[in-house]
Design a protein around this ligand. Sequence first.
Ligand code: ADE
Length: 250
Amino acid sequence: MIKIHILTLFPAMFHGFLSESIPFIAQEKGKLSVNLINIRDFSEDKHRKVDDYPYGGGAGLVMKPEPIAGAIESVLKNIQPDNECSEKTTESIIKSSEAKIPIIYFTPQGRLLNQQTIRNYLITPEIIIVCGHYKEIDQRIRDKYITDEISIGDYVLSGGELPAMVFTDAIARLLDDVISDLESALTDSHENGLLGYPCYTRPYEFQGMKVPDVLVSGHHKEIEKWCKEKSMELTAKIRPELLGKKMENG
Ligand code: ADE
């Protein structure tokens, strides 16, 4: 079971995502639990304000540090490994559990997310995700709490909510028994460092286009060879840099 705590100003954005398809199945099967926390609930301001103008000027609003810190600490308090040490400071909780509880911040400044990164998180029972919105979050939150800064691509989104969903979905589908056909997950694009091969289903002929002969031949060895070749061909054409990496890593 993996528990993902998502700290956001927009929890409702996750409702549809969590109630359909693989993320829903993962929760139903008790493999995934998602705890949505509204950062606004931790605002100390009477108007529940969560953002303010940046010091030094410039466009855009910055998310204030206190509500985010309050939200993170509320989660850490409940998941510190030895709950009986209630006098522990948050700092010591973070330090002692640092290796076990990643606190992820999604940002275009982070390192690029890939399938291996996702796999690395499968062994962490609890994950905290901080979703920024507006221009940025206060740097002091990043300095003190954030353990991992991750980007989902070289483009800019309006917040960390979509990256948090991308991450949660990629985790959910790899959890034991969530996808019935394990083979299917293992032959996906990127699982072996290559893009996936083309897939076909019935009908055999569609708008004059037939399924490649080898796939209906029944020769498993030949089919496997064809899949590998197509994977290589496609990767060489679309993402040649992946082939280079695969050669380096063996
Ligand atoms: N927040 C805004 N844009 C982002 C991106 N590309 N990746 C991760 N988090 C983001």
